[in-house]
Design a protein around this ligand. Structure first.
Ligand code: SAH
Length: 260
């Protein structure tokens, strides 16, 4: 039987499902998913993870991509609260980490306002998964001392409202979520704000999934690369010197210099 000491009936957990690979779930996430009576999940949460739900549990797809029925955030909040009030153990399962571009605040507040206990189980965010797939570090001692997570999602008809001057920092790594459609604007605005056109960029689509795609390019070529190489899966843009692949000569030299 599941260990339910931290999951009484009538309470809610916001659970990070990670980037897709079920092995990148935390053990806590797997336990909470198996214990839940009702699971509200995003479209990005794949079958390998939903298979962990208990046989009688109710699974509800509230993903924004779930076809014609686009669920508003307030509807999702209300359904979570109603399910908990009915005495269920409720898991709200979100891609990556619930606290990174996950609308967690709205759901936490809705539960707290209703007097329902709610907690967060963190997950591996897409930037970490993308860097792992590339075999690279997001930070680089002395070169990339800052990691900035930014969303390039604009409301329909609006331009991106970002502080490009601050983002064009050569000593930072920029992880751009929801940035595929805006790749052209991201590239042009960062170069206009002073980031060198040859700054390394990596694009990772469907990080940690079987059909993952990785591509390395440079900032000025980013719009073409995004258009030519990406499909319709979720993709992350990583921008900055930390993404520069090590020169083969440097690797060989380092290996040669290593003591036996
Ligand atoms: N809470 C999530 C982010 C949600 S916003 C997290 O922490 O990862 C959705 C965006 O996340 C997508 O548009 C994409 O930019 C990124 N993303 C999510 N899963 C991804 C994956 N497997 N590979 C690449 N990017 C991903």
């Amino acid at each position: 039987m599941s260990d339910l000491h931290d999951f009484p009936a009538g309470t809610v957990w916001l659970v990070g499902a990670g980037p897709g690979d079920p092995e990148l779930l935390t053990r806590k996430a797997a336990r909470l998913i198996a214990a839940a009576d009702v699971i509200f999940h995003d479209a990005l949460v794949g079958p390998g993870i939903l298979d962990l739900t208990a046989p009688g549990a109710q699974r509800v797809d509230v993903g924004k991509r779930a076809g014609r029925h686009s669920h508003s955030q307030s509807t999702i909040d209300a359904r979570i609260v109603a399910a908990a009030r009915a005495g269920n153990r409720v898991v709200r399962l979100k891609g990556g980490d619930p606290a990174v571009f996950g609308r967690a605040t709205e759901e936490l507040e809705a539960c707290r306002d209703a007097g329902i206990a709610v907690r967060i189980c963190p997950g591996i965010t897409a930037a970490s998964a993308a860097a792992a797939s590339l075999g690279t570090s997001l930070t680089l001692r002395g070169t990339a001392r800052r990691l900035t997570l930014v969303t390039a999602h604009a409301r329909a008809g609006e331009t991106l409202d970002l502080d490009w001057q601050a983002l064009a920092d050569p000593a930072a790594t920029l992880a751009v979520y929801m940035g595929k459609a805006a790749a052209g604007e991201v590239s042009a605005r960062l170069i206009a704000a002073g980031l060198p056109p040859e700054t390394p960029v990596a694009l990772v689509e469907n990080a940690s999934h079987r059909d993952e795609r990785r591509l390395r390019t440079r900032l000025d070529l980013l719009p073409f690369a995004a258009r030519a190489a990406l499909g319709d899966g979720p993709a992350l843009l990583l921008i900055g010197e930390a993404l520069r692949p090590a020169a083969p000569g440097a690797v060989a030299l380092a290996a040669a210099a290593r003591p036996c």
